[in-house]
Write a protein that binds this ligand. Sequence first.
Ligand code: ATP
Length: 319
Amino acid sequence: MKTIAVLTSGGDAPGMNAAIRAVVRTAIDKGLRVMGVKRGYSGLINGELFEMKKGDVSDILQRGGTILRTARCAEFLTEEGRKKAAGVLKVFGVDGLVVIGGNGSFMGAQKLSKLGVSTVGIPGTIDNDLSYTEYTLGFDTTLNTVLDAINKLKDTSTSHERVSIVEVMGRDCGDIALYSAIAGGAESVLIPEKGFDFDELCKTVLEGKLSGKMHNLIIVAEGIGGSQELAQRVEEVTGIETRATILGHIQRGGSPSSFDRMLASRMGVRAVEVLLEGKTSRVIGIRENRITDDDIDEALAMPREFDDKLFEIAQMLSR
Ligand code: ATP
């Protein structure tokens, strides 16, 4: 292994830059040449590669987003597109590729490895939806962003004695909603893993009011959605003014938390080590505070285990 490349793909997440920095600096430290690929698989197909030096990753550790930019690439879904990408890597003399992204990006990396390129994935997605790893890069920072918004919304909803519905990201995974409900002291949390009963929800709102609660916070996961309509229905049934806030893309930005910077640094270093160990088609993760590497197929096939205890905690502490 003489030359490796790194790219970011799919949705961006805080901590991606910290991971790029770790990959570049570790690679150079180990005597490798390292190339950056712009715009994910799309840039790879178009040959947007450039050599990176240690100074190219200065001052990015603390920045959200990704200096390499990111993209979704339909052409890479085809065998022909992936062959083009593998051809480009050959032309640039790249033997190993680090892919920082989510589950779709990993499937791409897995298919690319079948074309002779050693690949390793770093889980960069705010959704925390990869079952083989306890945390993905960006999840913790996103939680902090959501908590900041919740604090502000609580101020205003307490003043007006309103019900506040906050919709957070996460696609089919309820982790952002569940964790922010616990850490933000929400009265109810609606996540796709559990579904919800509308009458129960209204009952919780009314009981809260009767017990003297000044505000009522309902966190809704993206996988449930429909927050505006839900607010209208809750207001109709309970008679309490209800407002919905959809936090949207603000959740993807911001300086990564210390947790995400540490995770990105540890994972970035490990990714390069894995390539140097001659492995391919691996994904880096964290379990019980140990950095792991698993076969991509096995990692993606691991069933998601929902943490019922956390859901119980969210419910018990909210009443
Ligand atoms: P996030 O979870 O943050 O959205 P992601 O990596 O899951 O990140 P996707 O849009 O699913 O985001 O995937 C990113 C890119 O990876 C796609 O645009 C495509 O180029 C490639 N990709 C996705 N799925 C596959 C697949 N099954 N085979 C080959 N390439 C794929």
